[in-house]
Ligand binder design. Sequence first.
Ligand SMILES: Cc1ncc(COP(=O)(O)O)c(C=O)c1O
Length: 422
Amino acid sequence: MPSRRSFLASTIAGTVAVRNAHAAGRWPEPAPQQDDERYWRDLRREFSIPENEAFFNTCTLGSSPRVVQDAVVNHLRQADATIAHWDYRPENPDWFTGYRPELELRQKLGQLINADADEIALVQNATLGANYMANGLPLRPGDEVIMTNQEHVGCESPWRLRSKRYGIYVKNVAIPVPPESPQQLIDLFLRASTPQTKVWAIPHLTSAFAIRFPVDEMCRIARERGIISVIDGAQCCGHMRLDMRQMGCDAYFSSPHKWLFAPKGSGFLYIRRDRLPETWATVVSGEWDNYNSGAYRFMQIGSGNLSLLKGYEAAIDFHQRIGPERVERRMMALADRLRAGLRQIPQVHFLSPQHPALLCATTVWGIQGLRGRELMDQLWTRARIRVRAMGDTGVRLGCAIYNTTEEIDRTLATARELVRRT
Ligand SMILES: Cc1ncc(COP(=O)(O)O)c(C=O)c1O
């Protein structure tokens, strides 16, 4: 049986081997140009999606690069093999999550979103973040929460439950499809607000029509009016640069298993320091009443999978190595190429916004005479292009860093072909 010393030695050897693989160039150094196709082609090899398949549904779930897969699988194997070495000493590692603060990972997340580690709780996904906020804020019967009519169920339902159970009032403002400008969105929230309004629950980027909300401005306005801003950023971590201090929101949650390519079931909840004391944690274990350790009490939820956190950490490292700004520029360049090409096809309509400030790497579009589901299936059977149908009218196509200009051009060529056929 391996001794503790040999176990630790093999752990370290494994880490060094992974580091050497990166140093040997398996993982390319960032190129100076955002449009350097060779760099992006090399990077594409770090993902295991077959080369002939174009995966544009990162809005639902990302595909993790090999370095993330390896981190999870290697740790899983090692943890199972060495479980008898677990001695519960505080100076030695645990074999699971749920009982320790996991500070290293929270620090890395803090660097990514410009927040302190103790303002961040590791949770499974955005839905859990929304549940914690909807259940945990000190609201009274009659208090109002304003949100849109385009919320994802995971972020609307927690407020609905609180409304039904405790008598808060939830108001949905109707968002035009597509909206015309950031000011139009701000005005809709302002017009819906009354002296009873206590929360603005704002989607940073909506799920169905990819509308990018002017969250910095909205959080500032909310704060001036004494309204709590709770932001659903499920679609945003790894998609666009995030800066909690600049945004000034009271709470923000996300699902980095989408655009950051973290293992499935990786989320976070940020709660601004001055909001922490008044926010209850509704799913709890020991430390539930520990108000000295920031958001730690929100991640005390019993036994969890430490291997997934190893992958989560590797996903942040991967993203940081490429650089959040480079990632965002590349994805926007791909999306702009797609939108420019689609605009040349008269039978194409857009459901996602056209105003530059409301754009992101996701486009929702359709073809006259083709239902969303048909368009989705045709793109797949004709050209191995995976998008997601959004109801009857169109499909959602998100450009991630594993997508290529060739894939965009293939999509446009297939759209033109479909137009000729219909
Ligand atoms: C805007 C938005 N909010 C919330 C969610 C829920 O995310 P999760 O299932 O990871 O909790 C999604 C998922 O697609 C989403 O797009």
